[in-house]
Design a protein around this ligand. Structure first.
Ligand code: AMP
Length: 428
């Protein structure tokens, strides 16, 4: 298929050509006509599939025909879970909408609110926002939705994971009931379906990334290793195999900082990206990594989620993720858009239960390899595939009693296989 068959106007096609895209990705081929049709859309698509253009291109097309946004008003609202994703989606809108008269804006927390208030004053046709900051701006009368035509929830599963459900529900109440709703999510869990019930009407459903496709496309394996040998093995791999660049996942912010320091001490340029870093520091880290100046980016799951890095040859799970689904999100960062890549996990004895859950979710055992000199003293037990179906996890959605409690409370999430306690998103 060709982009010119998708009923997009010349101005948009010109920008696509400038980006160097030759043909629509499968999600784009399906989502663009679906959004243009005016129907609600539910799409299962992960980062890396081209989903952003899948909704931004038809939104630009549709909005380019109507009346431009009036003061403080928004015509299309795109909600994203993280600041990084918000900034990226907005970048895409700017690039794709380069030849149009539409105005766009992006708002997220962690930076001053005043410039955002100013930017919204004249109205924007498309606003990309994280939920918390959007509500702050609304309460200050700087944004209004009277003429809202389209709502997008991008990475809806992650928004629920990060505890945004109450903010999302509050936002929904502020919007006109007659609007087009687009819901993009990596997975369609029970929680997502519940959210969709009250939101989406008679949708066109699109699924281009069945869960295991990503896994099959990626060459992934693990090294059983003692915990205290993980940094040494990482350094050995980077040096011996002369890795150009790698994204290394650490379970904790503290761990990410420590790994980064140890790499730098061995002369390997590295930088950590996590929630304790300021927005400026995160953006700088990402820019330096993208430009190739930095060789290793060490990230926590949430900080890494949605960051747009092309052609990532190596992904390393320094620690296995606590939530098995995150394994798929992580290794999906390699081998993107047709490029081949490699995802390597370092698994120590105490992570065996996590490994079992991941293998159960994948419905396959992960290949094990060994490196001479790094055979663990405490052996990693042999796994046996658990074929019981994996029940989708439930998120507690009890409404907090007051705003203060909402900000301070910790959300507890449980499922049959693991229990974790996670801070709400805004602090991450
Ligand atoms: P996304 O899944 O939206 O995060 O996009 C992943 C990457 O694919 C981004 O770097 C896009 O610039 C790129 N991309 C999106 N659409 C296309 C396309 N049709 N052809 C080639 N690359 C694309």
């Amino acid at each position: 298929m060709n982009f010119s068959e998708l009923n997009l106007r010349q101005e948009i096609l010109k920008s696509i050509t400038k980006k160097g895209y030759l043909e629509p990705t499968p999600i784009q081929a399906q989502a663009i006509p679906a959004v243009l049709s005016g129907r609600d859309v539910m799409a299962a698509a992960q980062t890396g599939t081209g989903k952003t253009a899948g909704f931004t291109l038809p939104i630009l097309e549709k909005l380019s025909y109507g009346t431009l946004a009036r003061e403080n008003q928004v015509r299309a609202l795109i909600l994203t879970p993280t600041r990084e994703l918000a900034a990226q989606v907005h970048d895409n809108i700017r690039q794709y909408g380069d030849n149009l008269q539409l105005r766009s804006g992006v708002v997220f927390g962690g930076v001053k609110i005043n410039p955002q208030m100013k930017a919204l004053r004249g109205g924007v046709d498309i606003l990309v926002a994280t939920p918390g900051r959007l509500l702050d701006l609304y309460s200050q009368n700087t944004v209004r939705f009277k003429f809202l035509e389209i709502l997008v929830l991008d990475e809806a599963d992650r928004m629920l994971d990060m505890g945004f459900i109450h903010d999302i529900k509050k936002i929904l109440k502020l919007l006109p009931t007659k609007r087009q709703n687009l819901l993009f999510s990596a997975t369609f869990s029970v929680d997502i379906r519940n959210l969709a019930k009250g939101l989406i009407h008679n949708p066109i459903e699109i699924s281009v990334t069945p869960r295991n496709t990503t896994v099959e496309a990626v060459n992934h394996f693990l090294y059983p290793v003692d915990k205290n040998q993980k940094t040494a093995i990482l350094i050995k791999l980077i040096k011996d195999l002369n890795w150009e660049q790698a994204l290394v996942f650490s379970r904790t912010k503290h761990g990410a900082n420590k790994i980064t320091k140890q790499l730098i001490a061995k002369g390997i340029s590295a930088i950590a990206i996590h929630g304790n870093k300021s927005q400026g520091a995160r953006t700088r880290a990402l820019t330096n990594f993208k430009s190739g100046e930095i060789r290793i980016l060490v990230a926590t799951d949430i900080a890494a989620r949605g960051i747009d890095i092309e052609k990532l040859p190596q992904v390393v799970n320094y620690d296995l993720p606590q939530v098995p689904e995150d394994y798929i999100h992580r290794i999906g960062r390699t081998g993107r858009a047709g490029e081949s890549g490699e995802a390597i996990s370092f698994v120590s004895y105490d992570e065996f239960d996590l490994l079992k859950n991941i293998e159960r979710l994948l419905k396959q055992l992960i290949e094990r390899k060994e490196i001479e000199g790094f055979v663990p003293t405490t052996a990693l037990p042999q796994s046996k595939l658990d074929t019981r179906p994996f029940k989708p996890k439930k998120i507690k959605t009890s409404r907090p009693k007051n705003k203060h409690q909402n900000q301070k409370s910790f959300k507890k999430k449980t499922n049959r296989y693991n229990t974790r306690v996670k801070k709400p998103a805004k602090s991450i």
